[in-house]
Structures are given as C-alpha cells and as structure tokens.
Design a protein around this ligand. Structure first.
Ligand SMILES: [Zn+2]
Length: 293
C-alpha cells in the first residue's frame, strides 16, 4: 500500500467510524439492507368477521393490509387478530387465532403469528395458548388489551397466563397503564413482556421508560403515542438500552411509516437503529419457544 493510499484508507476508515458513532445516515447498500429487514412487532390484521381496529376503514381485508405495509416499506411483522381481542366467548378468540395461523401460512415467511385470549374462562384460555404454540408454532402472545373486554391483570387467572407464558418461554405483549406495567414487570420477572406505547403525557412517557429500564424482562415497542416527541426515542435507547426497544406501529390503527420516519431520523448509531428496526424482535422470536437455559 502506497503512502497516499494508506492515508486515504485511514481517512475513509475514520469517516466510517465517526459516522457509526454519531449515527450518520447509512451508505446506500447498508440502507437497502436495513430497509429489507424492517420488522413490525405490533400489527392487528383486519378480521374475516369484519372486525377491524381502523377508525375509518381504508384497508378492509388482508390483501389491502399487506399492500399498505408494502407501501410503507414494512417487510415483516407479528400479527394478531382483532376478533380475538374483542372476544365475547372462547370460540371468538379461537376463530381469530386460526385466521392468524391461516395468514401466516398464506404469506409464508412474512408474518409471525400471535395468540390472543381473554381470561374469563381460564382453563379454555390456557388450553388455547398451548394449542397455538404446539399446533401453529406461535411463540408470541398478545397484544393483550384488558380495557377492550374489561379484565384485570392483578388476578389469579392472569397469574396463570403469565406463568404459562414463562413455562413455555413465550413473549407476552401487554397493553398496560404505567401502574399495571410496574405490577406486571415486577411480579413476573421470568416472563418476557413487551409493553407497547411510549406514553401519552410527558409524565407518563418518562414513567413508562423508567419502568422498562429497571426491569430486564421488559421491552417497549414504539407504537402509538410518544414517538412523535422528538428526542424521546433517543432517551429510551439511552435509559433502557437499544437492545430492549422494538419498532412497532399498531397498524391498522396507526401509520407504520410515521414511526419509521422517527427511527430513521433519530440520533442513533447504525447498530442501534438496526436493533430497533429488526434485530431485537428477531432475537426474541428466535429465543422464544425453546426451553430456557
Ligand atoms: Zn395494538
């Protein structure tokens, strides 16, 4: 290597290193690779029974759902059924979970399925979690939304759900208030819990990030309120660590590319950005299901 070449080589190495450290935009190749990897940890599919969380319907069926994700550049994701969330009977959530399995199969490699139950008839709920795991290979539970059918997380029944999740090594994604998050993260340290949403108000956002930061079994996904506050993602990555922050959108309710824009523009290293966009959820899914070592 000539003197000049060596100088050029050293300079380009230093530029790459400084870009890596301050989170500069990626070069084109790395950017294309990152885009291909984007994995949404929080998707609700439009249900075959017409149930759809979207406030004014524009993506009514699975074809339109997938086409919209394509438009946003979301290549993969965890899907759950709104039919299961709104279940009035165990038969409702069984139908919802089976439509999820059907679409996981139809769009091979694109989606991972998630099982949703309500805890009212707990024996049937526990059986359904086991069935989804054994028959369909689901390793993800939720998003559980207790406010939709009015149940609590601080009950004997919910303790059984959390203990089964720990025993089968399943990830549980739980919509919760800050108070409920504190209870769940603390009471069930052996269960891996993903809490969606950074938070509504300023106090709520800092409280929720603080709870996740303090509990190693807890993760946060970026869907819903809070991500639009510039700087909060950087704060979450610093306080919690980028290893426990996941990209999620809550589509069909919310816009996937709005969250993506903030992640892309954020002051993060390339490495941390990739962790948030897909590496963390890939790791969680790969480690779930098997026996804990
Ligand atoms: Zn949701």
């Amino acid at each position: 290597m000539s003197h000049i070449h060596r100088r050029q080589w050293m300079r380009s190495g230093l530029v790459a290193l400084s870009q890596f450290l301050i989170g500069k935009p990626l070069d084109r190749e790395a950017e294309a690779e990152t885009r291909r990897g984007i994995f949404d940890a929080h998707l609700h599919i439009p249900s075959d029974n017409g149930e759809n969380f979207q406030w004014h319907l524009v993506t009514r069926n699975m074809n339109e759902f997938v086409a919209y994700l394509d438009k946003c550049g979301v290549r993969r994701g965890v899907i759950s059924s709104s039919w299961s969330n709104k279940a009035q009977t165990p038969e409702d959530y069984r139908q919802g979970n089976r439509e999820v399995a059907k679409y996981v199969e139809r769009y091979k490699g694109r989606f991972r399925g998630s099982c949703v139950i309500t805890p009212f008839r707990i024996d049937e709920a526990l059986r359904e979690i086991e069935d989804c795991h054994r028959q369909f290979g689901f390793v993800w539970l939720g998003e559980f939304c207790n406010y939709m059918t009015n149940y609590r997380y601080d009950t004997a029944e919910w303790t059984e759900v959390m203990n089964l999740a720990a025993r089968l090594n399943l990830v549980a994604q739980i919509h919760a208030t800050a108070k409920e998050m504190q209870y769940l993260a603390e009471t069930f340290p052996k269960t891996t819990i993903v809490f969606p949403h950074l938070g509504g108000s300023r106090d709520d956002i800092f409280a929720r990030i603080d709870i996740v930061a303090k509990h190693k079994n807890a993760y946060i996904d970026l869907s819903g309120s809070g991500i639009e506050r510039v700087g909060i993602l950087e704060y979450a990555a610093r306080e919690i660590g980028a290893d426990r922050v996941l990209y999620g959108s809550d589509f069909t309710i919310n816009e996937p590319s709005a969250v993506l824009a903030r992640v892309q523009n954020a002051f993060l290293t390339t490495d941390d950005r990739e962790k948030i966009l897909f590496r963390n959820v890939e790791r969680l899914l790969a480690q779930a299901g098997g026996r804990k070592t």
